[in-house]
Design a protein around this ligand. Sequence first.
Ligand SMILES: Cc1cc2nc3c(=O)[nH]c(=O)nc-3n(C[C@H](O)[C@H](O)[C@H](O)COP(=O)(O)OP(=O)(O)OC[C@H]3O[C@@H](n4cnc5c(N)ncnc54)[C@H](O)[C@@H]3O)c2cc1C
Length: 475
Amino acid sequence: MRVAIAGAGLAGLACAKYLVDKGHTPIVLERRDVLGGKIAAWKDADGDWYETGLHIFFGAYPNMLQLFKELKIEDRLQWKQHSMIFNQPEKPGTYSRFDFPDIPAPWNGLVAILRNNDMLTWMEKIRFGIGLIPAIIKGQKYVEEMDQYSWSQWMKKQNIPPRIEKEVFIAMSKALNFINPDEISATILLTALNRFLQEKNGSKMAFLDGSPTERLCQPLQDYIVSNGGEVRLNAPLKEILLKDDQSVDGFLIRGLDGQEDEVLKADIYLSAMPVDPLKVLLPKSWQELDYFKKLDGLVGVPVVNLHLWFDRKLTDIDHLLFSRSPLLSVYADMSNTCREYFNKDRSMLELVLAPAKDWISKPDSEIIEATMEELKKLFPQHFEGDNPTQLLKYHVVKTPRSVYKATPGRQACRPEQKTPISNFYLAGDYTMQQYLGSMEGAVLSGKLAADVIAKDYSEGKNLTSVENQETPTPV
Ligand SMILES: Cc1cc2nc3c(=O)[nH]c(=O)nc-3n(C[C@H](O)[C@H](O)[C@H](O)COP(=O)(O)OP(=O)(O)OC[C@H]3O[C@@H](n4cnc5c(N)ncnc54)[C@H](O)[C@@H]3O)c2cc1C
């Protein structure tokens, strides 16, 4: 079966990979000249990579880890010590660590929390533990129900001291969805905590050994192509063409550089675009359907990813760091954490700026100036004295609409991969799957979409018979 897929991010590429595994022929259309969407990266004139986002792979990413295995590229994941490391704003230049011992879950997480005495008092730990009891006892059902509250509201409801939010959860909330605890849904933090506490290596982190475009997307493309599929760059979907019965008749691809538009015909069509462009391209007649109306509740959140090259080494920490800065979220010295970016003499800091709504339209120079002020607090020893560190160069990558903004109530807006349109499916991190807006969520959504397509068009029930059914129209 020919399946036209719009979008070559992780969801579109993973879907195509699992479709070729099932004997289908995907044709992936990507708007830009680069694979990867939110994990895309570029090489500058000096040969240095810069990326859409600082990306961390977690032990709690079963579908992503399985994909690495299937592509035979597991050795490209560089696993770090099982720790979470936070800057201490009140003691500039110092760190507080949660070190997870090598014992089964949840004991390793509990020991990590109990052993850390810099950030929380014993009384705060006990009150937080008590507050978490309903989530532990009632499980995922409770976690989903808490989508009606923001994390701040949920903490208040559970009588958890507000200081815990300030110490730990501003950093976690910004890392997970680029917004603060008073905005983020409690479901997001509770889901992450559940994974981290229930799986021994759930919170263990890995960095890719080079740029995601080259080290992850390229092998995906190679796999798809060598198994009969196609991946086309510079092929933006312009319009979804419909038949009289409202099912898809073709994808109209915008011709670039004076070329004519082209109609791509397939048996099945799938959007692996982010939710924002999908909403713009939805045919008018579909917009009235409840399934698509719900998408109005999903909007991408702005985020900025920064890369700063320095004339010397600022740290030898080979791990992700939670900055706990009001301007910044997580960061890492990529000259330590990533094999291809290794430099023994000079640091390259990759930092996520979040929340970014007040910064996304500001000039790069202003963003870098504010970031340098924050770095003085994170690395005071290198910015003081007669010979302070020099910034050699920088790259700023802005994503005005990144993952969907996970405010309370969003779970109800997330669509299943199967749509009411007989030959049209969705994949993408925003679609319904248990891993929220993440790389794991994107891969899982692609896999789920491939599964549901295979199920809908399984043996004996070929496309002709589906088209001949009496009710291919939207419900
Ligand atoms: C700064 C930042 C940091 C992040 N950190 C992490 C992290 O540490 N860990 C983690 O798990 N996740 C992280 N994420 C989230 C992760 O990157 C995303 O959840 C995931 O990559 C989304 O994949 P996707 O395929 O669903 O969407 P996308 O990657 O957005 O892919 C959609 C694709 O559709 C294409 N497209 C759009 N319109 C059209 C059109 N008209 N025609 C054809 N193609 C079109 C786009 O160009 C894009 O390539 C981060 C994201 C950002 C931005």
